[in-house]
Design a protein around this ligand. Structure first.
Ligand SMILES: [Zn+2]
Length: 480
């Protein structure tokens, strides 16, 4: 009886004196309403007792959308801090969003996914060993994080930072221009990438980070990329949305993704800034490629591939080639993972299509938050695998344009009747695997080159001649 009395006092003291405090007043932070649903002391043993607290969480909705009033504001994102959780078992029930398995951190920097026994769709049930914990829909990629990375990237002599304009809340819309300035731009492929139109989609920035790190690592391969390309990269197309922890909108409630066809008085200042710069950069010559990086609740990576009917067959084939080059030898992304769509004018793809009628390939790519290829039994999405996908996308872009990099040569053939002849004037000595392209790189030959010099390869077919590229990769570095 006495023990029960003490426990009751202790319970009251803990609950009243040290309640769990929720806050989100930090970079990318967001929470809506929190309700304590239940509070129970559980005694796992005669000498032990654990307070179990259940909360219902309602994510904060984006502001009402003045540009598309028919749309319901979204509330997918949450990222909040809980204080006073040490030694307690906390249940979280997310009422209006859909985390498959949320992430947490004890320091706000190093995040990990809750284990499968601690979290499931919309639920968390976890005992915490420290007093302060951050819980988020996915691993955040906030304003401070980007500024730290921009400082590192711009230390490279091949990276120049620029500002396209100012967001509604006064943040710069930052852009990196990445190239080797020694090579004239007319000899390069021009690529525009923007990410994070939708601020809740932080996987897009982890993927982009992998691509940017590879592009700027000053390796012989990276140096060769930069001689053949110029990348214009806007990591946060919606900086207010990221900083403010919004879900799909900017600080005014505008979903920038579907506002490319609205005039300046309706669309956001951020879309105006993107359009103006894309316009000025393409006055002389269109971009070769525009990529719009997102994340999706589907459990797979997808490109939105423009259909043949909505564009034309060669354009669709070009899109499929880039898509399949990205899936090639990629453990996370597969041919069946694609979506197909029309380039509607409200999207950047449609805006580009109307301006260039197919000269620029424009596509959206979506990363998952959960797992890959709709397969929950394989490893779940991590920062490492997202970054790796950025590297794999860069490799696909390189093959797509036929860039030659050390150890990986993409050759174009010349047709002679049913024969296709491929040449490299000065292939370094080495042992090579040769591939042809059939919606994937298919090995067709092995070559040992004793001396550096001319390489020649002939592909003969019985039917239609082979018109695809040839890949010649050094065997020692077959990832090349
Ligand atoms: Zn999106």
């Amino acid at each position: 009886m006495k023990l029960l009395f003490i426990l009751t006092c202790l319970a009251a003291g803990l609950q009243e004196g040290l309640p769990v405090r929720f806050s989100s007043n930090f970079d990318s932070g967001s929470i809506g309403e929190v309700s304590l649903i239940d509070s129970v002391w559980v005694r796992p043993s005669r000498t032990d007792s654990v307070l179990h607290l259940s909360y219902e969480i309602i994510s904060r909705l984006d502001p009402a959308n003045p540009a598309n009033p028919e749309l319901q504001p979204s509330g997918r994102w949450f990222y909040f801090m809980m204080e006073g959780v040490k030694g307690k078992h906390i249940y979280l029930d997310f009422k209006n969003t859909d985390p498959m398995r949320a992430v947490y951190s004890y320091d706000g920097k190093h995040f990990q996914r809750f284990e499968h026994y601690q979290a499931s769709l919309r639920k968390v049930s976890s005992f915490f060993s420290r007093d302060t914990v951050y819980v988020s829909y996915f691993i955040p990629y906030g304003w401070d994080k980007l500024q730290e990375r921009l400082r590192q990237w711009t230390a490279s002599p091949f990276v120049v930072m620029d500002t396209l304009g100012t967001s509604m809340m006064g943040l710069p819309v930052q852009m990196l221009a990445i190239t080797d300035p020694q090579v004239p731009e007319e000899r390069k492929n021009r690529i525009w990438i923007h990410a994070r139109v939708h601020p809740s989609e932080s996987p897009a920035n982890w993927q982009l980070e992998g691509l940017l790190d590879r592009l700027t690592d000053n390796s012989p391969v990276a140096r060769q990329y930069l001689r053949q390309s110029v990348f214009y990269v806007v990591p946060f197309a919606n900086p207010d949305g990221v900083y403010g922890g919004y879900s799909r909108s900017n600080a005014r409630g505008i979903n920038q993704e579907i506002n490319w066809d609205h005039n300046d008085s309706v669309t956001s200042v951020e879309v105006q800034a993107l359009r103006a710069r894309m316009d000025s950069l393409t006055r002389e010559r269109p971009f070769d490629l525009v990529l719009n990086m997102h994340a999706q609740s589907d459990d797979k990576i997808s490109y939105y591939v423009p259909t043949s009917a909505s564009t034309y067959p060669e354009y669709h084939e070009k899109a499929m080639r880039l898509a399949y080059l990205t899936t090639d030898n990629n453990p996370y992304f597969f041919m069946e993972d694609m979506f197909y769509s029309s380039p509607a004018p409200r999207y950047v793809e449609g805006w580009i299509w109307n301006r260039t009628k197919g000269k620029t390939l424009a596509m959206t790519i979506e990363m998952p938050y959960s797992f890959y290829n709709e397969n929950p039994d394989r490893p779940w999405v991590t920062v490492t695998s997202l970054r790796e996908n950025g590297e794999l996308m860069l490799r696909a872009i390189s093959d797509f344009f036929g860039w030659n990099i050390p150890g990986r040569y993409i050759l174009k053939g010349t047709l002679r009747g049913k024969k296709t002849i491929f040449r490299h004037e000065n292939l370094p000595a080495g042992e090579y695997q040769v591939f042809i392209w059939k919606d994937a790189w298919v090995p067709c030959d092995t070559v040992i080159k004793k001396r550096t010099g001319m390489f020649r390869c002939v592909i003969r077919t019985d039917g239609e001649p082979y018109t695809g590229p040839l890949r010649v990769s050094e065997k020692a570095t077959l990832r090349n």
